[in-house]
Design a protein around this ligand. Structure first.
Ligand code: BJ8
Length: 426
């Protein structure tokens, strides 16, 4: 993928060079096959192609540069980690969730086989020495969302210091108090790690950077309401995936530039699929980079994905932190409230999520909802039952898929998705 020789840097980071070369070859080929074969892509996607090609090269070099200046890099696995606190002190937040079936043999030495692929993947990446982001991180932050993750962090901590934030399971006032305490404690952890104080002034800036990124992603999302859709679901997913890695200022600008191009496309009636193409809302477990399997099958079966009800999608961008706060305390409260709205399936009850799915299905004029859960992901697999029920009540076609990162079931999934699209077309 990368042209410059980054091997000395990868070696210094302690990567397994041979395995890493193989990984880059496989990913480079997959990207060509899945992304570069799409037709009528917006020109603005060239920036994203570049970012992907340099994801393990230039971007890591940038992280090492910022570290040399005394700034810290913090790796995270969940959209519940308040990025604003990291940005406030000049830190960089990078997503460590992994979406590839790599290092599984290593992961299965420490985790049960029937663990969700996302957990096995991040553990595999670490144990097999294949992820430069975790190597470059000064601290890794886990969270008590699902049982699989929270127990896996105990093991990960043996290999990399992992600070765990407690996430409540319900949304009562008591839970909010607990959550506020966790945000304060995390603030102190960030201050201790960086040796810098979080103040009203720098936190205001951190909030603005994170909100600007979300605003750009919201703008992109809103443009996908147009018919025909001006961008493929695969490309939009890629933008959402890269949001977790790229420099936030540069990324925000690139997404806004892309939106200008898409606005022009919409005005001219240019889209990636002709009118009448089934419009699909994809809902469920997050699709971490480079998990493109389901949207690839959907979009090569004659449909277009117009929205993702997921943490790599709408759930992580829909809410902004209120920017009106003047004091540090007011800003912390605004952060607490913003994150407390996240409707992950780890919460109970989780009525908000069902309402959001209905709203999205309506706003994006979708013809059907495909619910995706990673195999062995109890929260999303179980919650799919309730999602199906509310959609059935509204007469919205629904397909439930459970799969992992392997390619063995591609044929079977394609058959099911094609049959669903046939039914949707009527
Ligand atoms: S806020 S969705 S990013 S926890 S897929 S590891 S839930 S068994 S990723 Fe998530 Fe935060 Fe929730 Fe979002 Fe567990 Fe399920 Fe695996 Fe998952």
């Amino acid at each position: 993928m990368a042209e410059k020789d980054y091997r000395p840097m990868w070696k210094d980071l302690g990567l397994n060079l041979e395995g890493h070369d193989q990984l880059l070859n496989v990913l480079g080929q997959a990207y060509k096959d899945i992304y570069m074969t799409q037709e009528d892509r917006p020109k603005g996607m060239q920036y994203l192609d570049f970012v992907i090609s340099e994801a393990h090269g230039l971007r890591i070099e940038e992280l090492m540069e910022t570290k040399k200046k005394g700034n810290k890099v913090i790796g995270t696995f969940c959209v519940y980690v308040p990025e604003e606190l990291i940005l406030a002190v000049g830190g960089t937040c990078v997503g460590l969730c992994a979406g590839a079936e790599i290092g599984i043999d290593e992961a299965e030495k420490v985790l049960p086989r029937n663990t969700c692929a996302l957990i096995k993947s991040f553990m595999g990446f670490k144990l097999a020495g294949l992820c430069p982001y975790i190597q470059a991180s000064d601290l890794v932050v886990g969270e008590t969302t699902c049982d699989g993750k929270k127990k896996a962090y105990e093991i990960l901590n043996d290999y990399k210091e992992t600070y765990v934030i407690e996430i409540p399971q319900m949304k009562t006032e008591r839970d909010r108090t607990l959550w506020r305490g966790e945000v304060i404690q995390f603030k102190e952890k960030v201050e201790q790690l960086t040796g810098r104080k979080i103040t009203a002034k720098n936190l205001k800036e951190g909030i603005k950077i994170a909100n600007d990124k979300r605003r750009a992603l919201q703008r992109l999302s809103a443009l996908r309401k147009a018919t025909p859709s001006p961008i493929s679901g695969l490309d939009a997913l890629l933008v959402n995936q890269i949001a977790f890695y790229d420099d936030p200022h540069r990324f925000t600008k690139a997404v806004n530039d892309l939106c200008v191009e898409l606005e022009d496309r919409i005005q001219k009636g240019i889209g990636v699929a002709k009118n009448g193409t089934p419009r699909i809302l994809l809902s469920g477990s997050p699709m971490a980079l480079p998990n493109w399997k389901i949207p690839f099958i959907i979009e090569t079966s004659g449909a277009v994905v117009v929205a993702e009800e997921s943490c790599v999608g709408e759930r992580s961008t829909r809410d902004l932190v209120d920017e009106k706060g003047k004091t540090l305390d007011e800003m912390i409260d605004a952060i607490v409230d913003r994150y407390f709205k996240i409707d992950c399936a780890c919460f109970t009850p989780n009525v908000e999520r069902k309402n959001h799915i209905l709203d999205l299905a309506r706003e994006f004029k979708t013809d059907g909802v495909i619910h995706y859960s990673i195999q062995f992901c109890t929260p999303y697999t179980v919650e799919a039952y309730k999602v199906e029920k509310v959609l059935q009540e509204k007469g919205i076609p629904f397909l439930k898929i459970e799969t992992d990162y392997g390619m063995e079931d591609m044929g079977q999934l394609k058959t099911r998705i094609e049959a669903f699209l046939e039914m949707v077309r009527g």
